[in-house]
Design a protein around this ligand. Sequence first.
Ligand SMILES: Nc1ncnc2c1ncn2[C@@H]1O[C@H](COP(=O)(O)OP(=O)(O)OP(=O)(O)O)[C@@H](O)[C@H]1O
Length: 251
Amino acid sequence: MDHMEAVLNIKDLTVSFDGFKAVNNLNTSVKNQDIHFFIGPNGAGKTTLLDVICGRVKPFVGNILFEDQKDLTKLSEHEIVELGIGRKFQAPSVFTGITILENMELAVVKKRSLFASLFSKLTKEQTEYILHILQTIGLYEKRYETPISLSHGEKQWLEIGMLLAQQPKLMLLDEPVAGMGRKETEKTGALLKEIAKERSVVVVEHDMEFVRECASTVTVLHEGALLDQGKMEEVQNNPKVIEVYLGRGGE
Ligand SMILES: Nc1ncnc2c1ncn2[C@@H]1O[C@H](COP(=O)(O)OP(=O)(O)OP(=O)(O)O)[C@@H](O)[C@H]1O
């Protein structure tokens, strides 16, 4: 797939909760291998948009085309995962009673049942891929420890690693650096850049320094609608964006 091609095409999307439009006639697209951020004030509809992409919420109007063919709004959450769209939720999904390496092993075979995966042997490629991911997320040296010993940031990277284990084409992240210090945030930015070499990443985020560090494209949402879109350097100088978000302590 070409770098400039759209992995997601969002068309006339409206999400209504009892008549309240959480997403209001949104049209945008996410390019292949982009790190595409959605920002905006509280209640702008960012999380709702992720919910629609991953099939949790169905829109009132509109559709979302994945790789120009599959309409995600017509598919179940499970079918969307099968297509290669992975979402990291804020609730932790790591098992604390087993090692980091074992968590990764489970993640790689997640498509089968937990029971089956405990007794299955990984292929050489799977094992190599896991070790490669562990190096990418900086947890290779700690792979025989349990996740309990990890810092907050390291736990988040393990979660991202477990998502990577399923080789998604599109990764959705909701506030991945929440609760992290500056150093961990910077490392997360570098990690996302590494990840985006082979897939697209969509991020919902309030940490503007982080957005500046690693966004390729930024979409600003306000009251469910698109307020502006472009590079962060452009978007952050838009008076409307400053008025509704950045100037109001959005950072
Ligand atoms: N299931 C729901 N039922 C009713 N209203 C909802 C539901 N989910 C979200 N909303 C409303 O839709 C609006 C958009 O919410 P959403 O969580 O998408 O915003 P957000 O941009 O992610 O905000 P934040 O930055 O605070 O996470 C809010 O007003 C919210 O209260």
